[in-house]
Design a protein around this ligand. Structure first.
Ligand code: PLP
Length: 377
């Protein structure tokens, strides 16, 4: 990449700092401010990149340039939330008569979009995040939607193998890259056609923004999804787009610290006699570890584990001091929740999803240790 400050930059952290920003100019800021505009002055026939606020905005352009750079994409299209991006991609691409494969064990709202598609003549097959099971479903499919690692089970499937098979059968492959972020995994470089994500999570990382995006390897596919967004209006606000872009500059620092904390936490939990079924793709011995090591550069911030029952899990969550009980993941603050409080996931009652934040590791481990002591007695 020829970055805005001059010179060729290939390392991802440096790129995350500079991506999408204009070259520095005398007296100029390092980051242009958000452009708040519902319309732009334009004479005569429609002309120029900025015409009306639902079509395009300079703050989105800067963010989308950065996201395309980090995802290695021809085009990135930002949306007002992860679900706006997921539904935008699915609705723009799935036609009546098509067959699509959706994760049986992924984020439940994606399956809910699938039920709407099924009502409109799309055949929807739910397949768990397992390479062999997915490979068996690929030959009939027009679009294969992967979520790897899956939320919340943290299973991993082989993106290059599925993409190669899907392309041989004329199918498109989309990967929900929410958990990994482009610094953890590059779906397009691994062969996928689309990388779709909620930017609400680790990408922006401060629990103050809802955002989503679709990054496409093919400019024409990107144009289709952009046209869908223009028509349906699932756009981000300029302030959210600006906050998201500003957050990218610390993405590598945050995901590195989260990985360090998640790894330490997974090790602590695995050694604890009262905790069962600890899953973290970064942990040697985890069923996803070998594949994750092959296709991911960072295994992410989520660790999941099971306490004996729902009451014990709630006692654990209540006893945490530093870590707040909250849904979502990927922020600088560590949070955790008993996932079974929501419908939609096939998990035990005592299943806890823990999102490791950026606190100092000893503080985090001390808090979890004292809360386990209190919960398990
Ligand atoms: C894997 C995954 N995809 C998509 C979404 C939806 O994102 P948002 O809440 O930004 O709409 C989520 C939300 O948790 C998610 O975990």
């Amino acid at each position: 990449m020829k970055h805005s400050r001059g010179g060729t930059v290939t390392s991802e952290g440096t790129r995350a700092i500079h991506a999408g920003h204009p070259p520095v100019r005398p007296g100029g800021p390092f980051t242009d401010g958000p452009v708040f505009a519902s319309t732009f002055h334009m004479s005569g026939d429609p002309d120029g990149p900025y015409q009306y606020g639902r079509f395009a905005n300079p703050t989105w352009t800067a963010l989308e340039t950065a996201l395309a750079d980090l995802e290695g994409a021809a085009a990135a299209v930002s949306f007002g939330s992860g679900m706006a991006a997921v539904s935008g991609a699915l609705l723009a691409l799935a036609q009546p008569g098509h067959t699509i494969v959706l994760p049986a064990d992924g984020y439940p709202a994606t399956r809910t979009v699938g039920t709407h598609l099924a009502d409109r003549g799309v055949t929807v097959r739910h397949v768990r995040t397992d390479t062999a099971a997915l490979a068996a479903a690929v030959p009939d499919a027009d679009l294969v939607w992967l979520e790897t690692p899956s939320n919340p089970g943290l299973d991993v499937c082989d993106i290059p193998a599925i993409a190669e098979l899907a392309h041989r059968h004329g199918a498109l492959v989309a990967v929900d890259n929410t958990l990994a972020t482009p610094l953890g995994q590059l779906p397009l470089a691994l062969g996928a056609d689309l990388s779709v994500a909620s930017g609400t999570k680790a990408l922006t990382g401060h629990s103050d923004v809802l955002l989503g995006y679709v990054a496409s390897a093919d400019p024409a596919l990107g144009d289709r999804i952009r046209a869908w967004r223009t028509m349906t209006g699932g756009i981000p606000g300029p302030m959210e787009a600006w906050l998201a872009h500003r957050s990218l500059a610390t993405l590598h620092l945050r995901v590195d610290r989260q990985t360090q904390n998640a790894t330490a936490l997974a090790e602590l939990l695995s050694a604890h006699p009262g905790v069962a079924d600890v899953r973290y793709p970064g942990l040697p011995g985890d069923p996803a570890h070998v594949l994750a090591t092959r296709q991911m550069r960072r295994p992410g911030c989520i660790v999941v584990f099971t306490l004996p029952d729902a009451d014990t899990a709630q006692r654990f969550l209540a006893a945490l001091d530093l870590v707040a009980e909250a849904t979502s993941f990927g922020g600088v603050h560590s949070i955790a929740e008993r996932r079974g409080r929501w419908p939609g996931d096939d998990i035990p009652a005592g299943f806890v999803r823990f999102s490791a934040g950026c606190e100092d590791t000893p503080d985090l481990l001390a808090d979890v240790t004292q809360a386990l002591d209190k919960a398990l007695g």
